[in-house]
Design a protein around this ligand. Structure first.
Ligand code: AMP
Length: 283
């Protein structure tokens, strides 16, 4: 496995693989890799011939006051995880490589970036879409792999690719969870043991939503009230949002019908945690 730190070096490695007729997979990450990331790398290894994992803590997707400075950066351990998972290249650019000059060009996906996390993280999705567009232009993958864990991000990226005719496929991989249901996240390490226990209530609230839909409840407000009740059992949980939205538009819905996305964002101590489930109410 090679480690490339510059745009030109990763391009050289990808061009050589292309000359051998290989298809290229890209897994964009911010590092602090865990089994969720590994599942994406493994999917990339299965579905493409040459896998690039990017590790870049992208400053433009952090809002003022967020955890950019303290975001974990265990680079050697990350490389080892990538190697074991079968990656061919780790692309780990410096911020100067990615943003050599003041960035004057941004990619903005409208509407889909306004609800859910968009309300609380102004500029976040603009940073995400811009860095992903840059990574797609630098690496030129046939397929890029993202996690369902960040449901809104996945929907926004897919829309950017469709709207701008970017020549790649986006594959969304299922959320990997701890045995007690907590979605695996690099930010879980900010939690102390007590907060870590409390964090299980995030998925419990989503399970409550699933149970109620399975039982035939269609009134969204009723479901949201019960989901909030689950979260409010835990004093350390500060709810940011609890939403049930249409998967196409991400707009709130009054009645459960067809495919819906239930999404939760909370703060527990120093960690902002998000999770979601997709529910097909017709099944
Ligand atoms: P991050 O490093 O947090 O920016 O995440 C990089 C990619 O890994 C994103 O596409 C995430 O959606 C995905 N990811 C993060 N956590 C998980 C998880 N628990 N299960 C599946 N994918 C995940």
């Amino acid at each position: 496995m090679e480690v490339a730190e510059t745009v030109s070096s990763v391009r050289g490695l990808v061009e050589a693989a292309r000359r051998q007729g290989k298809t290229i997979g890209l897994v964009p990450t911010m590092g602090a890799l865990h089994i969720g990331h590994v599942s994406l790398i493994e999917a990339a290894v299965q579905q493409t011939d040459f896998v690039v994992v990017s590790i870049f803590v992208n400053p433009t997707q952090f809002c003022p006051g967020e955890d950019l400075a303290k975001y974990p950066r265990p680079f050697d351990a990350d490389c080892e995880i990538c190697r074991k998972a079968g990656a061919d290249v780790v692309f780990a650019p410096t911020a100067d490589q990615m943003y050599p000059a003041e960035n004057l060009t941004w990619v903005t996906v409208e509407k889909l970036t306004e609800p859910l996390c968009g309300q609380f993280r102004p500029g976040h999705f603009r940073g995400v879409t811009t860095v992903c567009a840059k990574l797609f232009n630098i690496v030129g993958p046939d397929v890029a792999f993202f996690g369902q864990k960040d449901a809104q991000q996945a929907i926004v990226i897919k829309r950017m690719v469709a709207d701008l005719n970017m020549p790649l496929e986006i594959v969304i991989c299922p959320t990997v969870r701890e045995p007690d249901g907590l979605a695996v996240s690099s930010r879980n390490q900010y939690l102390n043991p007590e907060q870590r226990k409390d964090a299980t209530y995030v998925y419990k609230s989503l399970q409550k939503c699933q149970e109620m839909i399975d039982a035939g409840v269609t009134d969204t407000q009723k479901i949201l009230t019960e989901m909030r009740r689950v979260l409010q059992q835990v004093p350390s949980i500060e709810i940011e949002y609890v939403s049930i939205v249409d998967v196409g538009t991400l707009q709130d819905i009054d009645k459960i019908a067809g495919k819906i996305l239930a999404a939760v964002a909370v703060n527990i101590g120093p960690a902002r945690l998000i999770d979601n489930i997709l529910v097909d109410s017709n099944r």
